[in-house]
Design a protein around this ligand. Structure first.
Ligand SMILES: Cc1ncc(C[n+]2csc(CCOP(=O)(O)OP(=O)(O)O)c2C)c(N)n1
Ligand code: SF4
Length: 282
């Protein structure tokens, strides 16, 4: 009997038969959610540019996805993606990278792209740690967690990335966990359809670096933890800070329309071109 091919295999490069991630890593679930969203929307990989930075989750699109992929320097994928989108507004430009990459070294780029409202879809994989470099504290590491850079427990308060990007003015922001793959896929689809900056935060397990220092252990324990401790945005809005301690607030936080930068830029170029023609005729 012929082997059954995975239905998403057609979206990955034929010569890539394994990924760089550890067994049980959440990156596989996020990769599938992205490809499923593309599949369900009937989009073509040739119309995509995927941009990632440095870190384990930056390896989700490259070299796996059969599309144009830009693997950029640490913290800079949003800056590169902004350039791609302004040069080629016709392309779907998606950034896939980690919480350390996008909110520590790359934090300003993320905030300002949301503020400018450029048409990018950012899938931010939040595993709460620097996975690739051995488990250092990230801006998202839970308070008190022991890491290799905080042997007595981190004293830094974690950043709520989705709330930050909502405050920066992004028209679409959602957060799910790898225990919510269908909701994650649905929000990625909405993000791709949004004409404007869309960020989908995916809370994802790192059973190796995070698992080593937390009590969470195996990938399945992470997924159970996510299911047990997540709470919908609507339910959370009625609870106090104390009641929300340790909970993961999930859902679509904002979904609005507002003017988008690359189309305004194209309109201006068009207008300037017409004005130049008028001047030449005079
Ligand atoms: C300029 C620069 N500084 C530091 C590093 C080291 N570095 C590589 S990946 C990384 C953190 C990645 O963390 P995250 O984005 O959370 O990704 P993860 O590996 O957890 O998926 C760091 C600090 C680097 N490559 N370049
Ligand atoms: S170190 Fe963690 S985030 Fe990196 S591949 Fe392994 S499990 Fe995934």
């Amino acid at each position: 009997m012929d082997a059954i091919e995975h239905p998403l295999r057609k979206y990955t490069r034929p010569h890539v038969t394994r990924t760089t991630t550890c067994p049980g890593c959440g990156n596989g679930i996020v990769a599938q959610a992205i490809l499923r969203a593309i599949d369900e929307l009937g989009l073509e990989m040739d119309d995509f540019v995927f941009v990632s930075g440095i870190g384990c989750s930056a390896w989700i699109p490259s070299p796996l996805f059969a599309a144009d992929t830009l693997h950029t320097t640490h913290g800079r994928p949003v800056a590169f993606a902004t350039g791609v989108k302004l040069g080629r507004p016709d392309m779907n430009v998606m950034v896939v990278s980690g919480d350390g990459d996008l909110t520590a070294i790359g934090g300003n780029h993320l905030i300002h792209a949301a503020r400018k409202n450029i048409d990018l879809t950012v899938v931010l994989v939040n595993n709460g740690i620097y996975g690739m470099t051995g488990g250092q504290t990230a801006p998202t590491t839970p308070l008190g967690l022991t890491t290799i850079t905080s042997p007595y427990g981190t004293m830094e308060h974690p950043l709520d990335i989705s709330a930050t990007i909502v405050a920066a003015g992004a028209p679409f922001v959602a957060r799910w966990t790898t225990a919510h793959p269908r909701q994650l896929t649905r929000s990625i689809k909405k993000g791709l359809q949004k004409k404007g900056f869309a960020m989908i935060e995916a809370i994802s397990q790192c059973p190796v670096q995070f698992g080593r220092v937390s009590k969470l252990g195996k990938a399945t324990d992470f997924l159970q933890h996510y299911k047990k401790n997540s709470i919908s945005f609507s339910k959370a809005s009625g609870l106090s800070r104390e009641e929300l301690a340790g909970r993961i607030v999930i859902g679509e936080f904002v979904d609005i329309e507002k003017p988008e930068l690359s189309s305004q830029w194209m309109d201006l170029k068009h207008q300037m071109g017409q004005e130049a023609q008028c001047h030449n005729k005079q």
